[in-house]
Write a protein that binds this ligand. Sequence first.
Ligand code: GAL
Length: 345
Amino acid sequence: MKKHLLTASFTLLLSFAFAQKQNVIRPGEVWPDKDGNHIQAHGGGIIRLGKTYYWYGEERRPGLDTNYRYVSCYSSMDLMNWKFRGDVIALTKPDTVLENNKWVLERPKVFYNATTKQYVMYMHLDGAVKGVSKSAWAYDYASVGVAVSNRATGLFKLIKTFRPLGKESRDIGQFIDDDGSAYLIFECRPVKGFYIAKLSDDYLSVEKEIAFIQSPLEGGAVVHYKGLYYAVGSRLTGWSPNANKVATAVSLAGPWSEFVDIAPPDTRTYSSQSTMFIKVAGTKDTTVIFMGDRWKPTALWDSRYIWMPVQIGEGKLWLPEPKPWTINVKTGKWKQMEDKPAPGK
Ligand code: GAL
């Protein structure tokens, strides 16, 4: 009994320590939300509305009902402290052509449409297709799903699934330009490259091809910085990390430069895969954050986040070795922290 009490108070103490305000991002470590739980927003996407950031991602916590696929939502005012706002969609098998229950919902991205006042979620839906797939685990559906909500925190409702521009679509990415235009990035295996496509005015469909970048890359992420567009992607090695690459262009439509490494290739992007960029334009500085996933395929819930400000400008983008850092979202300034052990370690 005593032992139980002790364990309970220790756990309470630990979660109290975690619930403390955090002023540091520790790439690669467990990232506790305000309740002390490791953030579950893998392969995610971030939007800012007013002063609030919303982070949506793959909910992978253990014990989920395997008949559903879940997307989580977190909110933050400072990019360091995140409050879990719940799972914003619990999706059942979205199409009868899907062969079995091994289908996946990956890389959800939410856009806010100021005209319709709707939140529009895109997600990668995939799995084995009846009469087509040779393996039960195949990614042959290669489609996107669109779900909508009137609130940032859901619930979202699936309205359709389709192939953007009629093409096979696997990893998706989201890009919102400085003028507010919204784009979907999607990888297309048969043509060995990825598309940047403009969404329709209501964001409910993928309207127009802006660029096709012929390079077999996924995890597509784009940022617009000082008159140049930077597109980053990872090679097609599944959950295993590889050396991510970057190309640049003056216009989103291209022409795009050759792809070059964003980090020493032998680090395999510090064991991570690109997901998106967050641009923090503050009163004093603009910081561009690389947001990557360090996947743990056998324990996806325990996958880690590699967030790190990049060195960017004049056509160069470089990811420094991820180390603990802090940011002030008002000024846009970030700085590296001294290496101190995480609380509770
Ligand atoms: C990766 C992709 C992930 C997931 C994984 C499955 O290449 O980026 O989102 O689809 O493959 O193996």
